[in-house]
Ligand binder design. Structure first.
Ligand code: ADP
Ligand code: MG
Ligand code: MG
Length: 250
């Protein structure tokens, strides 16, 4: 589904990604871990098409076509979802109205008519029930009164409604408590199908106690220096990243 080949990217003339290779198949959950500043969020932004970052070498294939030149919107329409791409603070717009607009915008770009209201309602009911969401939450305004856990719930709800082929979740907020992590993990597990894929970026090993990734990658200084199974994440928690850097030198 996603194939990244020798990706180099820079921001403001500074090289951040220095030759990333990554391949994700349908049905898989991959995790990217790595020290702060190693380029994890940059990788997420570059895959999603954020124009702040300049790709200087390499390519990104999605469903076998090169998407490197597409805009962020075009990539979203192809089914790539990046969690923080969708604003979480819009006073006066409810959780449901926001997602209705987002879905209909994507349909419009695909040449489809608006989703009929009854179909939309059915989908909202189905997905919110699946995620165990409180009805009251759906009518709340997307504003600054959301707690960390509620922001996560909203993101997972957006993901459930948009049904992306590839979801990228960048867990950047160091203030997240265990309940918020569980909301994310529970959502990822429930929304997992044999056709979609998820890339979870985190520096919390704890998150991976709840989401069992098929593959764990370690990104250090703009490169994936090791990939393995979930045991690799446990080893990182115990031993940190330095042993890997040393392993690279021998
Ligand atoms: P991580 O998510 O692994 O903590 P980032 O991708 O956020 O790492 O950052 C990698 C490096 O790129 C850091 O040195 C950071 O300062 C720099 N960087 C990232 N985004 C920008 C930006 N928009 N402008 C300037 N520097 C950036
Ligand atoms: Mg960071
Ligand atoms: Mg980051």
């Amino acid at each position: 589904m996603l194939k990244i080949h020798n990706l180099h990217a820079e921001v403001e003339g500074e090289k951040i990604l220095k030759g990333v290779n990554l391949e994700i198949n349908p049905g898989e959950v991959h995790a990217i871990m790595g020290p702060n500043g190693s380029g994890k969020s940059t990788l997420a932004s570059v895959v999603a098409g954020n124009e702040e970052y300049e790709v200087t070498e390499g390519e990104i294939l999605f469903d076998k076509s090169n998407i490197s030149e597409l805009s962020a919107d075009e990539r979203a329409h192809k089914g790539i979802f990046l969690s923080f791409q969708y604003p979480v603070e819009i006073p006066g717009v409810s959780v449901t109205n926001f997602i209705k607009t987002a879905i209909n915008q994507i349909r419009k770009a695909q040449g489809l008519k608006d989703m009929p209201a009854n179909e939309m309602l059915k989908k909202i009911r189905e997905k919110s029930a699946m995620l165990g969401m409180d009805r009251k939450f759906l009518s709340r305004s997307l504003n600054e009164s959301f707690s960390g856990g509620e922001k996560k719930r909203n993101e997972i709800f957006q993901m459930a409604m948009l049904e992306p082929q590839l979801a990228i979740l960048d867990e950047t907020d160091s203030g997240l408590d265990i309940d918020a992590l569980k909301i994310v993990a529970d959502g990822v597990n429930k929304l997992r199908t044999k056709d979609n894929a998820t890339l979870v970026i985190t520096h919390y090993q704890r998150l991976l106690d709840y989401i069992v990734p098929d593959v764990v990658h370690v990104l250090v200084d703009g490169k994936i220096i090791k990939s393995g199974d979930k045991e690799l994440a446990k080893k990182l928690e115990k031993r940190g990243y330095d042993w890997l850097k040393e392993e690279q030198l021998v």
